[in-house]
Design a protein around this ligand. Structure first.
Ligand SMILES: NC(=O)c1ccc[n+]([C@@H]2O[C@H](COP(=O)([O-])OP(=O)(O)OC[C@H]3O[C@@H](n4cnc5c(N)ncnc54)[C@H](O)[C@@H]3O)[C@@H](O)[C@H]2O)c1
Length: 444
């Protein structure tokens, strides 16, 4: 099939590359011309395990192409995916400007019948706006091209995106016609194998499914973070509680790990957008508001523990930070807990020395340049360099290389032997045996 993917970010690039890998002819279009010129050379704008070799092999075999405008595409696509960003606007609503701009571009581009598949996460009803926008452009061009809007929300996880795309738990497709259903079946059958894993529903139901899935996962995390605080106050180890409740098949083990708050490009903005949808429809989103509030506060739990240990004035303290990205396996820094932590530490006078296996180039642009110039903030080349002469280590992102560290080497490097474990990665007994003071989340 001829496929166009609009937006070559985390979702668009993975979608386009994986469909090319499966034998389709794919062009990924992005308005960011610099990104496209790099992609044409096989240089990726993001870190995603396994993606770079797949992009390069499909570039070489000619199944994957890149363009900075739809105008560059000469062959009519059967399917056009919209995979542009849908960030929060200043009110917390999902900002539809990129989706609607893409729709306008599609209306100005298509001549032949096709289906337009919305992969971006969009509020219920946006498919109609996309349709109207395309229709308006076709009308200006006096064309009667037939097209249909399909909703096909994406559930991939950054850091495991290829695996998730190629072996999804399920594929959600919202569409109205049998023709669209057959095209989507054709596209996804090689991936899913078992067609029962493709769930067809109407467009609005599919749009809503994505938000409810993310809100449910965010709720599990925030609930568990709240329970962790309570456990800590009552001398209970939340990790034992987690194992205890996770073994209940009605609850399950996923997304119940206490930590220093969720981040990323999806949960924060999607919870916000769902709150807005509820308010507009006169439903009080009490649970969603609590989820958001708990998460906002959770990002301050580590700074609070550090303040409790060292006092408010951190001006003569140097703090080592392991992990910057919002989770392991990605360089995505959107809404990362490390941003809140580092800002707070520097505000309280500390110097910060941080290391992340892949996110440092992205993170560098997110902090004020003078913090680097004045030495307030420093990124190190190796993970153990971040511990030189520090008064404490704060683990923020549980990258594998941080999970089994050499405690005796750490002891020699660090000025004071204190660990704040924001992801409960370490066994407190082992850390204490190594003569470190240990602070976890929901445990001592
Ligand atoms: N990142 C994830 O893990 C993930 C997972 C599931 C769903 N989603 C959803 O997928 C969508 C995309 O997310 P993302 O993380 O890939 O975003 P992203 O910010 O990484 O990428 C979006 C890309 O779209 C491009 N773009 C914007 N307007 C354009 C236009 N008119 N024409 C062409 N390109 C345009 C941008 O330049 C950017 O490269 C969002 O709705 C998001 O909620 C994301």
């Amino acid at each position: 099939m001829n496929i166009v993917v609009i937006g070559a970010g985390y979702v668009g690039l993975v979608t386009g590359t994986c469909f090319a890998e499966l034998g389709n002819l794919v062009t990924c279009v992005d308005i960011n011309a610099k990104k496209i010129s790099q992609l044409k050379k096989g240089v990726l704008p993001i870190y995603e395990p396994g993606l770079e070799p797949m992009v390069n092999s499909n570039l070489k075999n000619g199944r994957l192409n890149f363009a900075s405008s739809l105008k560059e595409i000469k062959t009519a696509p059967h399917v056009i995916f919209i995979a542009v960003g849908t960030p929060s606007d200043k009110n917390g609503d999902a900002d539809m400007q990129y989706v609607l701009a893409a729709a306008k571009d599609i209306g100005a581009f298509i001549k032949d019948d096709c289906i337009v598949v919305d992969k971006s996460t969009v509020p219920v009803g946006v498919a109609d706006q996309v349709k109207n926008s395309i229709q308006a452009e076709l009308k200006k061009r006096k064309l009667k091209t037939k097209f249909e809007i399909v909703s096909n929300p994406e559930f991939l996880r950054e850091g495991a995106a290829i695996e998730d795309f190629m072996r999804p738990d399920r594929v959600i497709v919202g569409c109205a016609s049998n023709k669209a259903k057959m095209i989507m079946l054709d596209l996804y059958t090689p991936i899913v194998r078992n067609p029962e894993k493709i769930y067809f529903m109407n467009v609005k139901d599919a749009e809503m499914t994505k938000y409810v899935a993310n809100a449910m996962l965010a709720t599990k995390i925030s609930f568990m973070n709240e329970m962790a605080l309570l456990c800590e106050r009552m001398g209970v180890d939340v990790e034992n509680v987690r194992i205890g409740i996770g073994s209940d098949s009605r609850i399950g083990n996923s997304f119940i790990y206490p930590g220093c708050g969720y981040g990323g490009s999806c949960f924060p903005k999607d919870v916000k957008a769902l709150i807005k949808m509820a308010e507009k429809n006169n439903v009080d989103p009490a649970v969603l508001r609590a989820v958001e509030e708990r998460n906002k506060n959770q990002k301050y739990v580590l700074p609070q523990k550090i303040t409790k240990h060292f006092g408010k004035d951190l001006s003569n303290k140097k703090i080592g930070v392991w992990g910057l990205s919002f989770k392991p396996g990605t360089d995505d820094m959107r809404e990362a807990s490390s941003l809140v932590l580092i800002e707070k530490l520097i505000e309280q006078g500390a110097n910060v020395q941080a290391y992340d296996p892949v996110a440092m180039p992205v993170a560098r642009d997110l902090f004020p340049e003078n913090w680097f110039k004045t030495g307030k903030l420093n990124f190190t080349e190796h993970q153990y360099d971040a511990l030189k002469e520090v008064d404490a280590l704060v683990l923020v992102t549980e990258w594998q290389s941080f999970c089994y560290p050499d405690f005796s080497a750490m002891k020699k490097l660090m000025r004071q032997h204190v660990i704040f474990d924001g992801r409960n990665q370490y066994d407190p007994k082992q850390v204490k045996l190594a003569e470190f003071k240990y602070y976890g989340i929901g445990r001592e």
